[in-house]
Ligand binder design. Structure first.
Ligand code: URA
Length: 209
């Protein structure tokens, strides 16, 4: 075994996993992360916390492995579905879920009504929620039907029920809301209610967001 290129024979030495390079027979040894990172496709009709006094389903009901101290990164409303990260890496939780964070989150939305350009422009520029303007957002109109429209909206804040309230601010009612991405990390083809471990490169990506 070599640590930083030097042969180590003594037992009981310590290594700093983030700085030291350890090789055995020339092969680099990468430590298994002590944390767990999970992506869940949260269905609607469950809450993003561990306990509910009303006995409703929680996101933990969908995770069929025991992981100590696993917590959701931020939250999605009871009626919202989509990408929810869960981890026991407290540092990553703080970084990603901080309300002042700039992490872009993208939602697919079905909304009642028509979306002429001036309404889209208003949503992009910022609307008032509780007397405070929302930050600039990206809004794309994907389909405009007779009664409903399909859009994507990307926001960088995480205010309470923000997407629903942004559409309320332009007098439109959200009928379907699904988070499809956090930064470049996409929900992809995960089944509703399904989950998977994040890949190492996905974890690295999130840590550098
Ligand atoms: N915006 C909402 O309105 N609800 C969510 O769950 C997430 C963002």
């Amino acid at each position: 075994m070599k640590v930083n290129g030097k042969v180590v024979t003594a037992l009981g030495g310590s290594i700093e996993t983030s700085n030291d390079t350890v090789t055995v027979d020339g092969i680099k040894i990468v430590p298994v992360s002590k944390f767990t990172y999970i992506m869940l496709y949260k269905p609607k009709g469950c809450i993003t916390s561990a306990h509910d006094e009303k006995g409703r389903k929680t996101v933990y009901d969908y995770i069929d492995v025991q992981v100590p101290h696993l917590v959701p990164v931020g939250r999605l409303d009871y009626d919202t579905e989509g990408l929810l990260l869960m981890t026991n890496d407290g540092e990553l939780v703080n970084r990603l879920a901080h309300p002042s964070g700039e992490v872009p989150k993208t939602y697919l939305v079905r909304v009642e009504g028509q979306f002429p350009e001036h309404i889209l422009a208003k949503l992009r520029k910022g609307v008032e929620i509780d007397g405070v303007l929302t930050k600039r957002s990206k809004v794309k109109l994907l389909e405009q039907g007779e009664k409903e429209a399909k859009l994507t909206i990307t926001i960088t804040e995480g205010r309470n029920r923000q997407v629903r309230r942004m559409f309320e601010a332009v007098e439109r009612n959200v009928v379907f809301l699904k988070r499809v991405a956090i930064g470049e990390l996409k929900l992809g083809g995960l089944a509703r209610g399904g989950w998977r471990y994040l890949h190492e490169d996905e974890v690295e990506y999130l840590k550098n967001l």
